[in-house]
Structure formats: structure tokens, C-alpha cells
Design a protein around this ligand. Structure first.
Ligand code: HEM
Length: 288
């Protein structure tokens, strides 16, 4: 792994020269786990709520006379028995067993998302709404705490705010990630900044705003919100799309953690302590 010119004693010295640094503050760690738990419950209860009307529309109206459905999950009778389908922008896919028609063999039922992906697993819209709204407030409060703590302790300015040099480092970061070559430095790399900043400053706030726009009680408090987002149906579609993007982020986040060294990464987000590379292994422009 070392460059050809590195002598054996130097390589051994390098290996010992890793440093344990305090990288994640208690506020970063606490809020991280609170939003991870909240998003877990919100995702599964949200899919149960979606199951009550498994269609998404663009525009202010919905109903039989409008052709503004962009996504639909359902079940249909065929010569081979009932089948589940998912229709996206008019393209229909057979998703039997997962979306539209699922359940244990012989006991399948028509339901958009399967029982294992919803809270509760059986149809209960009331409980799902209670769970969803409870964790929505936990998530909102957690984000606010993260924002205030991050502004006070400098985490946002120091670790997440994009700099001009990040743009310069971007091509190299992309190549390094593609080669699964990770540098364990104090700072987040450009792709991490983009991903974390995108989640914390774009996706999660958009999730909260579109959630508020769907609530009838918000009509009297913020009547313009619904209008700005293109109506309640469009807000619901954006809300669902943000959920899909967060799930994609989550999958990539976990894969990157596994590839970068799960023990070191997990220690840092649980205890704050992170082991950095020996200085000789750090990319020169990063240590500047
Ligand atoms: C919905 C779930 C999750 C979301 C939205 C999420 C999001 C984030 C964000 C935004 C950060 C940066 C935080 C900051 O700097 O203030 C972060 C860091 C981190 N997360 Fe997550 N996370 C989730 C779940 C997880 C899980 C399940 C694990 C562990 C298996 C994990 C491990 C980590 C680690 C190790 C870091 C620090 C990365 C580093 O310092 O390089 N995350 N996460």
C-alpha cells in the first residue's frame, strides 16, 4: 500500500504514528443518534400512512377526472392470480411479493408497502400518524439543537461550510472514493461535506416544510406555504421524494462507513474519538 520509495522502518514508524483525536462533539453525537432513531420510526410509520392512499400526484387536485398521477402502487387480477404492480410516470412494473401484493405464502394481501416495512405491521392509520408526528417533533427539535450547538461550538463553520479549496479537491475525492481509498483526517472531505450538508440543510428542512404544508391545521397559520409548494398533493410528492433520497443517502452512508473502517468510524460517532492516518499518508493539499 505504501509508495515504492518508502523504506520498511519508515513504514513501521508510520503505522505507529496514527493519532487518536477528539473529532465529534457530544452535541454532534447525541443529535446524530436522535435523528437516526427518529428517521427510522418516521420512515416505517410514513410508509403505513402512504399505504392508506398509495398514489402520488403533481398539482393541486386529485381524482378520477385528473391525469396527474406520477406514482401508483396496487394489485390487479391476472390469469396467474393477483399480482402487485408499481406504476411510475405511466410505466408499469410487476412488483409482486414486495409492492402491491405481499404477505406470507398463501396469505398475501393487497397492500402498497409490505408488513415488514411498516409500523404497525398491520393496517392502523391512527397509530402510524401518532408515531410519525411524535418523531417529527423529536427530529425538528433535534435539528434545532444541532444548529444552535453547531453555530456556537464552530462545528458548522469549521467542518461543514464549503470552501473554495473544496472545489479544487473534488475531482481527487471522487477518484479516491471510486478506488475505495479513504483518508482518515480530522476534516470531512468534499463529498462528505456535500452529502452531510445536503442532508442537514436541504433534505431534512424540506422534509419538515412539506410535512407542515400537508397538515390542514397549518392552513390557518401559514396559508401561503401550501401555495408556494404547489398545493398539498405536490407537497406530498416532494415529501415522498425526499424520503427516497434519504434512504439512498443512508445506504451509501453505511457502505462508506463499512469501507472506511467501521470500528474507527463508529467509535468516533459514539465516543468522539477518531484515529487519523499517519501524517505521511495524508494527501499533501489536505494537510496544508
Ligand atoms: C437515517 C440515518 C442517518 C442519517 C440521516 C445520518 C446522517 C449523518 C450526518 C448528517 C452526519 C454528519 C453529522 C455532523 O457532522 O454533524 C453523519 C455522520 C456519521 N454517521 Fe450517520 N446518519 C445516519 C445513520 C447512521 C448509522 C446507522 C451509522 C452507523 C452505523 C452512522 C454513522 C455515522 C458516522 C460514523 C459518522 C461520522 C462520519 C465521519 O466522521 O466521517 N450514521 N451521519
Amino acid at each position: 500500500m505504501d509508495s515504492a520509495g518508502t523504506s520498511q522502518p519508515a513504514a513501521e514508524a508510520d503505522a505507529k504514528d496514527t493519532t487518536l483525536i477528539y473529532r465529534q462533539s457530544r452535541w454532534t453525537r447525541l443529535t446524530h443518534w436522535l435523528w437516526a432513531i427518529s428517521l427510522f420510526f418516521m420512515l416505517l410509520s410514513g410508509l403505513q400512512i402512504f399505504n392508506a392512499r398509495p398514489q402520488l400526484y403533481i398539482g393541486k387536485q386529485s381524482g378520477f377526472e385528473f391525469n396527474n398521477t406520477i406514482l401508483q402502487i396496487g394489485a390487479q387480477d391476472t390469469d396467474n392470480g393477483p399480482r402487485g404492480y408499481t406504476e411510475i410516470f405511466g410505466h408499469r412494473f410487476d412488483t409482486t411479493g414486495v409492492l402491491g401484493w405481499s404477505g406470507p405464502p398463501g396469505q398475501e394481501t393487497p397492500r402498497a408497502f409490505p408488513a415488514w416495512a411498516t409500523i404497525p405491521s398491520y393496517y392502523d392509520l391512527g397509530t402510524a400518524r401518532v408515531v410519525h408526528f411524535f418523531f417529527a417533533w423529536v427530529l425538528s427539535a433535534t435539528l434545532l439543537v444541532w444548529l444552535v450547538a453547531g453555530l456556537i461550538n464552530g462545528h458548522i463553520r469549521r467542518d461543514l461550510a464549503p470552501r473554495l479549496s473544496d472545489l479544487r479537491k473534488l475531482p481527487r475525492d471522487i477518484v479516491d472514493h471510486a478506488k475505495l481509498k479513504f483518508h482518515h483526517t480530522r476534516d470531512y472531505n468534499t463529498l462528505q461535506k456535500m452529502a452531510y450538508g445536503g442532508v442537514l440543510f436541504v433534505l431534512l428542512p424540506l422534509m419538515i416544510v412539506t410535512g407542515l404544508a400537508m397538515s390542514p391545521s397549518m392552513d390557518s397559520v401559514l396559508p401561503w406555504l401550501n401555495e408556494v409548494l404547489g398545493g398539498r398533493q405536490t407537497a406530498r410528492t416532494i415529501h415522498f421524494t425526499v424520503m427516497v433520497l434519504l434512504v439512498l443517502f443512508f445506504i451509501i452512508h453505511i457502505l462508506m462507513i463499512l469501507a472506511a473502517g467501521p470500528i474507527n468510524e463508529l467509535r468516533s460517532i459514539i465516543t468522539g474519538w477518531y484515529r487519523t492516518d499517519p501524517p505521511a499518508n495524508e494527501p499533501t493539499e489536505r494537510s496544508a
